[in-house]
Write a new protein. Structure first.
Length: 182
C-alpha cells in the first residue's frame, strides 16, 4: 500500500487490519527505522488487542486476550508505550520515537496523527476523554488532559499542556496551552 494521509481514513474504515496496514505504510514511508520501530510494534499490539476486545464469542477468545495482555505488559515495561485497547486510535498513526507514551481508555484519536515521546493523552481531573482530530501532531512532552477537542490539523507544541479546546489548524504552546498561530 502506498500511504496517502488524506485518503487513509476512508480506505481503512472500521477495519483494524486495514488500519494496521496504514500504520505499516506510514512507518515505512516516514520513520527512519520503518517496521522495526518500537512505536509500530506498540500499534501492532494495540490493534490485535482492540480486535480481540470486540471478538465474539468472548469466552472463546479469552486465552488469546490473556496472552496479548502479558505480551503488552512485557512490551510496556521495556518501551514505556502504553496504548489502552479501549481507546480508539485511527489508521496511519505514527510513533517515531520510543519513550513514555500513555493513552488512556477514553481517548479518541483520529487518522494520520503523530505522537512523539513522553506524551499523555486522556488523564485529567474532569470526567471524559479527549477527542483528537485527523492529521494532528503531538510534540514531545505534551499532555492532552480531560474532555477537550483538538481540531483537525492542529499541532501541539513540545511541553504543552492542553486543558481547553484547540481549533482546527492551530498551533498551541505553553502551560496551559495557548494558541500561538492559526
Amino acid at each position: 500500500m502506498r500511504y496517502d494521509g488524506n485518503a487513509v481514513k476512508a480506505w481503512a474504515g472500521a477495519s483494524q487490519w486495514r488500519a494496521w496496514r496504514a500504520d505499516l505504510a506510514r512507518a515505512m514511508a516516514r520513520s527512519r527505522t520503518g517496521c522495526f520501530s518500537e512505536g509500530f510494534w506498540a500499534l501492532t499490539i494495540y490493534r490485535i488487542q482492540h480486535s480481540l476486545l470486540h471478538a465474539r464469542p468472548a469466552l472463546l477468545w479469552l486465552p488469546a486476550r490473556i496472552v496479548m495482555a502479558v505480551v503488552k505488559k512485557l512490551f510496556s515495561m521495556i518501551t514505556h508505550i502504553n496504548l489502552d485497547p479501549h481507546a480508539e486510535i485511527g489508521p496511519g498513526m505514527l510513533i517515531p520515537h520510543v519513550g513514555p507514551i500513555q493513552v488512556f481508555p477514553w481517548a479518541r484519536i483520529g487518522a494520520d496523527c503523530a505522537i512523539h515521546h513522553v506524551c499523555t493523552i486522556g488523564a485529567g481531573s474532569r470526567p471524559g476523554g479527549p477527542v483528537i482530530g485527523d492529521h494532528v501532531m503531538l510534540g514531545c512532552h505534551s499532555c492532552v488532559l480531560g474532555p477537550v477537542n483538538v481540531g483537525d490539523g492542529a499541532r501541539i507544541g513540545a511541553g504543552a499542556v492542553v486543558v481547553h479546546d484547540v481549533p482546527p489548524g492551530a498551533t498551541v504552546v505553553g502551560v496551559p496551552a495557548r494558541v500561538a498561530r492559526v
